[in-house]
Design a protein around this ligand. Structure first.
Ligand code: TRP
Length: 452
């Protein structure tokens, strides 16, 4: 890995790039259905607390490690401590697990672009049956999944990520404005106030350790933490950028988009299906509830089309960044060239993605750990491997490298590191203990020993 590192032009460039990678289906698709399932307001409260403590500590650590060593994940962990180079490999396995099922969902987004383009928006507005029929069929979801994955691969092979990034930088603010607009409209639909209460007011009787586990997995996923991504971004960051500010801005932006996405979906779910909607909320939520909203909205078929196109770009930038991570690592570690590496990754993704796509239909009877394939892969990466990576990172920094090295990196411009004490306690004590607890509960939950 001796190519010269290009760097971001400045703080704004860095924040936008990191936020661009962070904002994706995690915010729009995953956050709302977890919030619906895990008690609404209480889930959000737990999520925000975790973001301000764990998220802040981990993101600061990862970006600082990257900037300090100037290396991406495998090299960076090794440079800090030879015995920890294995951590880079574990972190690297996460994108390999995520990308295939990410592309399955990306395929669903493509399908909905086609639905609105061909004027089927009204048919899709039935609150779930349309989507259920699509998701449980065989050829259609597979085809859309392959299309999305192929698009990602084409962009990565052609090396035109920069072009896509430019487009999506324009699209992202538009997406945020549209989400705000849709949320405002949703709140005018009769019956949404109950849902808004559910979404915003924490009900402590709904709190349990599984809420924390789910919120933590979402935090890792949404902020692209615990997989070495932020280390790589950090390595491209100029030394004069304020890490404290950058971390705050990325966190606020990412969480803001997630909260808005929930605001657009959950109150509407309540209005259409009442409380029962919550129990049936799952991976299809965004595709079931939103078309129903668009169906009521004046001009809804245009709004639906624009919305899914914007989501498509948010998803594509994330999937490109996921594939790029895997490919560049493969190129570093093997003698394969760029094209060959992309091809290998493409094939591996097909092999892993097909079960996720078929798991809602013909392979619906195969249930690893009692979950459909997509949920299974999601669980293994976000609830098992990521907490392990986060735990080992904290141990590495807290007990081997020392938090001082990170704090020095953060305040190398003489900048005041306001939450330094919190940071040190988090990384050394609090985070490792909590992560072990969360890991144990996640695994018990996965094995069906405790229930949601
Ligand atoms: N954070 C992204 C999202 O919210 C998903 C993601 C996870 C990701 N890990 C990543 C994106 C790595 C790019 C690179 O959708």
């Amino acid at each position: 890995m001796n190519e010269k590192r290009s760097s971001f032009s400045g703080s704004i460039g860095f924040v936008l790039a990191a936020a661009g990678s962070a904002v994706g289906l995690g915010n729009l698709w995953r956050f709302p259905y977890l919030a619906a399932q895990y008690g609404g307001g209480i889930f959000i409260l737990v999520y925000i607390i975790l973001a301000l403590t764990f998220g802040f500590a981990l993101m600061t650590t990862e970006i600082a490690i990257g900037r300090k060593t100037g290396l991406s994940c495998i090299g960076a962990y090794k440079a800090l401590n030879k015995r920890f180079s294995f951590l880079g490999y574990i972190a690297w396995s996460v994108p390999i697990i995520i990308l295939p099922y990410y592309s399955v969902i990306g395929g669903w987004v493509c399908k909905y672009i086609a639905v609105y383009l061909t004027g089927q928006g009204a048919a899709a507005a039935d609150g779930g049956a349309f989507f259920g029929a699509f998701m449980s069929s065989t050829a259609a979801p597979l085809g859309w999944f392959l299309l999305f994955l192929a698009l990602t691969a084409v962009v990565v092979i052609a090396g035109v990520e920069k072009g896509v990034e430019k487009v999506s930088k324009v699209m992202m603010p538009v997406l945020v404005v549209l989400i705000v607009g849709i949320s405002v409209y949703v709140l005018t639909i009769p019956g949404t106030m109950e849902g808004l209460k559910y979404y915003l007011l924490p009900d402590f009787s709904k709190f349990s350790i599984t809420t924390v586990c789910a919120a933590m997995s979402q935090l890792f996923y949404s902020m692209s933490l615990a997989m070495g991504i932020m280390v790589t971004y950090g390595s491209y960051t100029r030394k004069d950028v304020s890490l404290v500010k950058a971390v705050n801005q990325i966190e606020i932006f990412d969480t803001g988009v997630a909260l808005l996405a929930g605001l657009m979906i959950i109150p509407a779910l309540f209005a259409f299906q009442g409380e029962e909607g919550l129990t049936s909320a799952g991976v299809g939520l965004m595709f079931q509830t939103l078309p129903a909203v668009f169906g009521q909205m004046p001009g809804g078929s245009v709004v639906g089309l624009v919305f899914f196109v914007l989501v498509f770009f948010a998803a594509l930038t994330s999937s490109i960044s996921l594939m790029e991570t895997i490919v560049s690592m493969l190129m570093d570690r093997t003698k394969l060239g760029r094209k060959m590496s992309c091809l290998v990754v493409f094939i591996v993704c097909i092999v892993l993605g097909v079960p996720s796509s078929l798991g809602f239909g013909v392979w619906g009877h195969i249930l690893p750990l009692g979950m459909d394939f997509l949920t299974f892969f999601d669980f293994i990466s976000n609830s098992v491997i990521m907490p392990i990576v986060a735990l080992i990172t904290c141990i590495l920094v807290g007990w081997f490298v020392g938090t001082k090295a990170i704090c020095d990196e953060v305040s190398r411009n003489g900048e005041h590191f306001g939450r330094k004490a919190l940071y040190e306690v988090m990384v050394k004590y609090l985070a490792p203990v909590c992560l072990v607890v969360i890991l144990v509960f996640s695994v018990l939950q996965g094995m069906g020993i405790i229930k949601v």
